[in-house]
Design a binder for this molecule. Structure first.
Ligand code: PAF
Length: 289
């Protein structure tokens, strides 16, 4: 039986609630989201609840992490459904700030957090401001919520690595937990953006994960020609009807280019179906390489 979900939009009410819990010695778990919650988000919530006494979820479509011409305006906003899901899940606090509460001096004048290097490769190469926007908002939320731990999905693998680096570099006292990607029955990673796909695109979409798996199998079978495996992955995606952005095999811990000697690897891909950009990844270490 879950208690009442409290929803706050202003920073003072959030801080007051957190102060009460802190002085009562409660351990606080945090799940930042942009809403339109699906099973993947709810798995993050369950993990936060398992590891803490009180769970805070934020719901904020962060303009700073969207580039010009991206889907900020059309990003699905489903507050009432999201609230109902979090209430059912037994979450204690939902934080839904406005853009002006988060960026009172305006987005352009806002102090930013940049994790150099890894913010500008892979997804960061085609979305140059994206990870600055992510690091800035996550850092700000950590200062507001002051959680003991925060849970992120491994589906956004590069985001997870950027956040781990930010937390280490700035000595932010928050444990960062990564949780395995939740998938549809046909393998497609759950994502709010799957809702943009037409029926035909939705039928093709699982080929992204299939291509990652075929590459992981080749690695597991001893194929170490990284360049050729990447080229094959790109070609498979094109043949399946995608417009790939990248298909890369990287070192799992820092996303540096993999060499034949590396064993803990992650295969990452981003590809368009029509106008929808899908991302996915597969940790090749899990494939017993
Ligand atoms: O993964 C997301 O939904 C967002 O990038 C996050 C972490 C909530 C920051 O806006």
């Amino acid at each position: 039986m879950s208690g009442e979900l409290e929803t706050v939009s202003d920073i003072e009410s959030l801080r007051e609630c957190i102060r009460g819990w802190r002085s009562a010695g409660k351990r606080i778990g945090f799940v930042p989201t942009m809403g339109n919650l699906h099973q993947g988000h709810l798995a993050l919530v369950r993990e936060a609840q398992r590891k803490s006494d009180r769970c805070v979820v934020s719901l904020f479509v962060n303009p700073m992490q969207f580039g010009a011409g991206e889907d900020y305006d059309s990003y699905p906003r489903t507050l009432e459904q999201d609230r109902a899901k979090l209430q059912d899940a037994g979450v204690e606090l939902l934080f839904t700030p406005s853009v002006s509460a988060i960026y009172p001096v305006g987005e352009d004048q806002q102090t930013r957090v940049e994790v150099p290097g890894i913010s500008h490769i892979l997804c960061g190469a085609s979305r140059p401001r994206h990870f600055v926007g992510v690091a800035t908002i996550v850092c700000k939320f950590f200062n507001l919520v002051q959680p003991d731990l925060a849970v992120f999905g491994e589906k956004d693998y590069q985001q997870l690595i950027v956040i781990r680096r930010m937390v280490a570099d700035l000595a932010i006292p928050v444990d960062i937990l990564g949780l395995s990607t939740v998938r549809e029955a046909d393998g497609l990673a759950k994502s709010s953006r799957n809702g943009y796909l037409s029926a035909d695109e939705r039928a093709l979409a699982p080929k992204l994960y299939e291509t990652l798996r075929l590459t992981a199998e080749a690695l597991a079978a001893g194929d170490r020609d990284i360049e050729q495996l990447e080229a094959k992955g790109l070609e498979r995606l094109r043949t399946a009807g995608f417009r790939p952005d990248y298909f890369a095999i990287r070192r799992a811990h820092d996303l540096a280019p993999a060499t034949r000697q590396d064993h803990a690897l992650v295969i990452l891909a981003a590809a368009y179906l029509g106008t929808t950009r899908l991302i996915d990844n597969l940790n090749a270490a899990e494939q017993h390489i």
